[in-house]
Write a protein that binds this ligand. Structure first.
Ligand code: ZN
Ligand code: ZN
Length: 398
């Protein structure tokens, strides 16, 4: 009887092992022939559609046509179109649609030219995996911003920030230029802290850095979930930006045609994970010269490099649009004259190729670290520097 029970229990475990193998351990790689090839084609088409329609904004084009406001430059408060002259307003709408279309064209160009540029075949399975993960992250983002408790906290914080005195009050083109620098300053520090603090790196931003087959289409967004909403360091941006925009009261409405120019720069630098744009930089010196001011695809791709020389202690090239803050704070690294391998340092950095493992492995790892170490090490395990290793480390190559 006891024997039978043990045998049954063993069979049950084997059954779970099979499930675990497929949902957790299996590095999904489909064959390029027969039914698996057909499955790959169907899944790739769905993932491609989801990525272009949602993540790259194709579905938002109709909304952009009738929008009442536009974001001229990321992290700069959106501009009410009624507040600018009519010809500029209609050009801004055209430019905002062109920005979306440009991103889509670049994403497609990356798929088409990926092998020719990198010498490696485009990784369709990675794209399918990232697409599933991105949908989960983007859905949880919707939930996060609808969360009334979080909204109340942010409103209270913004009310508190109103007590801070304003240092500089400007309007016109100068205000626009300064607003861009302030916006990127907030992103720079948020992003840098996301690489520095264990909580935000291990449970958040590391996901954006997993892809070893990085392109505009196979980039993973950062996870969004309550305080872990680290969309490039959103937590810190949400704290820093209200403070900075209070210190610098910048009215960009009267900037005239400069708004169009700034929006064009924003569109150009938005596709910062593109191998096609990096390749173009390698060929044309004029595009490389842009780097003295702007974060080109080469600059941000180097931020994703897994080569030791591109990593100054905790990383490099943290800015999203401007290279100024990296140059000023000593974290700028000139992109190499080749496209470096992207990803984490470990060879298995993108092993999390099943969506479930990708989504939950960071939490499992943090839980194991806490469980295996005494509570007095918990603050360091959660909030310590990313270079901190717990006394009892968790063996994990990814
Ligand atoms: Zn990063
Ligand atoms: Zn990135």
């Amino acid at each position: 009887m006891a024997h039978e029970t043990l045998a049954a229990a063993y069979e049950k475990t084997r059954g779970l092992d099979w499930l675990k193998h497929w949902l957790w351990n299996k590095d999904i790689r489909l064959r390029r022939a027969g039914p698996q090839a057909l499955l790959l084609a169907v899944l790739s088409a769905i993932a491609l559609f989801v990525e272009l329609a949602w993540h790259h904004g194709a579905l938002s084009i109709p909304d952009a046509l009738t929008a009442r406001s536009v974001v001229v430059f990321y992290n700069v408060k959106s501009l009410l179109l009624a507040d600018v002259e009519a010809p500029i307003a209609s050009l801004l709408i055209t430019a905002s649609i062109a920005r979306i279309v440009f991103g889509i064209v670049i994403a497609l160009a990356d798929v088409i030219f990926y092998k020719r540029i990198t010498g490696r075949p485009f990784d369709w399975e990675a794209m399918i995996n990232f697409s599933v993960v991105n949908v989960v992250f983007l859905l949880t983002a919707t939930f996060t911003f609808m969360n009334p408790a979080l909204e109340r906290v942010l409103l209270r914080y913004e009310a508190l920030v109103q007590q801070v005195p304003t240092l500089i009050q400007l309007n016109g083109t100068l205000a626009l230029v300064l607003a861009c620098f302030v916006g990127d300053f907030c992103f720079y520090w948020s992003h840098r802290w996301c690489h520095k603090i264990r909580l935000f790196w291990n449970l958040g931003h590391v996901n954006h850095h997993r892809s070893r087959n990085l392109s505009q289409l196979t980039q993973s967004v950062d996870p969004h979930a309550l305080i872990l909403d680290t969309a490039g360091g959103k937590v810190f941006v949400l704290l820093l930006l209200p403070l900075m925009t209070r210190l610098f009261a910048l009215d960009i409405r009267g900037s005239g045609w400069a708004l169009i120019g700034v929006m064009a720069l924003d569109a150009w630098t938005d596709s910062s994970h593109s191998v096609t744009l990096y390749h173009a930089e390698l060929r044309f010196r004029a595009l490389r010269m842009v780097r003295w001011l702007l974060v080109t695809a080469g600059v941000h791709y180097t931020h994703h490099s897994r080569e030791e020389q591109h990593n100054i202690s905790d990383g490099c090239n943290f800015g999203a649009r401007l290279t100024l803050w990296d140059r000023l704070f000593g974290t700028y690294v000139e992109p190499p004259q080749y496209i470096p391998d992207a990803g984490l340092f470990s060879d298995k950095s993108d092993y999390c190729r099943t969506p479930l493992r990708f989504l939950f492995h960071p939490y499992v790892r943090m839980y194991q670290e806490l469980r295996q170490n005494s509570p007095r090490h918990w603050p360091a395990i959660i909030f310590g520097s990313t270079s901190y290793k717990p006394p009892v480390p968790v063996h994990s190559e990814y």
